[in-house]
Design a protein around this ligand. Sequence first.
Ligand code: DON
Length: 320
Amino acid sequence: MDKHELQHVIEDLYEKYAPVSDGAVATYIPELGKANPEDFGICLVSADGRIFETGNCDQSFTIQSISKPFTFGMAIDELGHDRVFQRVSVEPSGEPFNSIQLESGTNRPFNPMVNAGAISVTALLHSKNGNQTFEHILSRLSGAAGRQLELDECVYRSESSTGHRNRAIAHLLLNFGMVHDEAEEALDVYFKQCSILVTCRDLAMMAATLSNMGRNPVTDQHVFDHRCVKDVLSIMFTCGMYDYSGHWAYRVGVPAKSGVSGGVMAVVNRQMGVATYSPRLDKYGNSVRGVSTCSDLAARLGLHAFDLMNSGSSFLDTVL
Ligand code: DON
């Protein structure tokens, strides 16, 4: 059978970007420094569940910050907008992901994609789910991936024993009443959610679940309500790539989220999920090959939200 056009495209991108060795593997969490810098995977999953992949798509790595859009979606789903927005804003911070800065006036973290916001969101989930919070997060992320995910105990311990800055952020939030008294327990859940093991294929499937309005396209499990998917994608679009988010929106033009272990997950609304894995990071904490691959893919396929090839709302098509 002839190779699918999308398979050709990702193999071509793999060949083009595999020789790039710029950037450095994150070492601020000692366990992350053990990653193989040469690993490189690209995977696409269409909103109807077809999988295209090349490179190291079976290699496990920790999800890190790519857990943040999912916990934000869970919080909206389970606690409602009003309670969530009392504890976190939706404004790009223009600051690095671990910045110790809150919105003046409200003392809320700027958005749920920076650490302060993600810790605040996890504390909200903890206020509802207590000591079951991590299992609950693991179960919903597993639903999005379409298989049972697991915790990397070594990364979790490494993260917890060196996470002094996150501990400082949690206590600052506690000082301002943004997290409840069990801040330490909530922080522990945050360290665990970052230490969930995924593959590049898992991330593409999770992205495809978001692209398919919250329904996993392979298992057909309804994981997220479509209303919270809209909120999740909006925040990913404006804040998902840290202080590179404006450049990303301009160059790539689709909602995305990166993590310090080298994953990038992007969502083409109603069409497909995209994921890359390559552990060398740029100065913003985004995967170097991941950013180049996604930019190039978006340009080749016309994925940018405002691309000429993107004809926009099919609803308007039918009524105008
Ligand atoms: O909070 C941390 O330091 C990490 N566990 C997660 C950070 C992360 O992935 C930020 N990414 N670029």
